[in-house]
Design a protein around this ligand. Sequence first.
Ligand code: AMP
Ligand code: MG
Length: 341
Amino acid sequence: MKKTFSLPRVLLLFALPALFGGLFSSCGEESAESTLFAMDTAISLRITGKNAGEVMPLLEEELRRLDLLLDAEGDSLSSLRETGSLSDPEIAGLLAESLRISGETGGAFDVTVEPAVEAWGFRSGNTRVPSDEELLSLLEKTGYESVRIDGDEIALPAGYSVTFGAVAKGYAGDRLRAIAEENGIVSGVLSLGGNVALLGKKDEKAGKGWSVAVRAPEGGYALTLELSDTNAVTSGSYERYFEKDGVRYHHILDPATLKPAETGLVSVTVVSRNGLLADALSTALFVMGPEGAADYWRSFGEAQKFEILLLTEDHRILASKGLVPLITGVEEPYGELVVIE
Ligand code: AMP
Ligand code: MG
């Protein structure tokens, strides 16, 4: 039987309020909460600050706008797929940043894998295993180097298409954070299907950050991190997959082969103030595998201000140096911690 599964990637450990869409205030500060479904995932928003109740609808509106704009089935990307061209300043900007990250990751991150995502059935849900010949021929319709951007104008060769599946939520988190901060929000958690954007601290006075749990593929969580004013984004092979003839096929594709990346990792978490970068890199580093990811962090982690945490199939945790002091709890069987430095 073919089946796809989709699980949230990062669990938030703080008690989720029973009542969503609520507004309450204390000490002159207001808090507001909302849950909605967008970008193919459950989203929960919780903000505290002056006028939180007025800011919340702005966040919801922005999410709905981005949901339509960045959806692979939406008007903009469908038109780009069908005609090979599109004029849109925001999509051109996001695509330009995506291409820059593709170059830097040696093509491990590549939004032009879309025809292969579709061939595997991850877009439509009609999952299947494409033949090697089919994937070989699709390699001629993928490759970020062939995308042209001139100002707001995007041009793709015939047969090409793009998906923002690996960056849309990270980008949305950055946009929501900007709107919230411009409007006086000092603290909050924006949880987009597991991409978590954290504003401020959980308890400013006590200096306590938010507790974020990284999911274990077996269920439950592998460890928790105490984080403030940043983003935690996880890509995992357990998020979306199907099984055929006893083999499991997941949704993170190696652009070099257009097959699911099998590198001994089960998940990659990237922590960075830049949500778009964290989202793109969580996907790219998964494709690169443990050694490639560690080398990438050594080359770019300091300059680009991101930290990484990898979970391996054999239950090891590999964490870059800066993240190690923020690990607050490790669950069995994830005992062994390897520090990347
Ligand atoms: P994420 O969950 O952020 O790792 O994104 C995975 C989604 O991005 C998949 O469901 C595909 O739609 C798309 N995708 C898969 N492989 C890649 C890749 N190597 N580069 C960019 N996008 C990808
Ligand atoms: Mg991603």
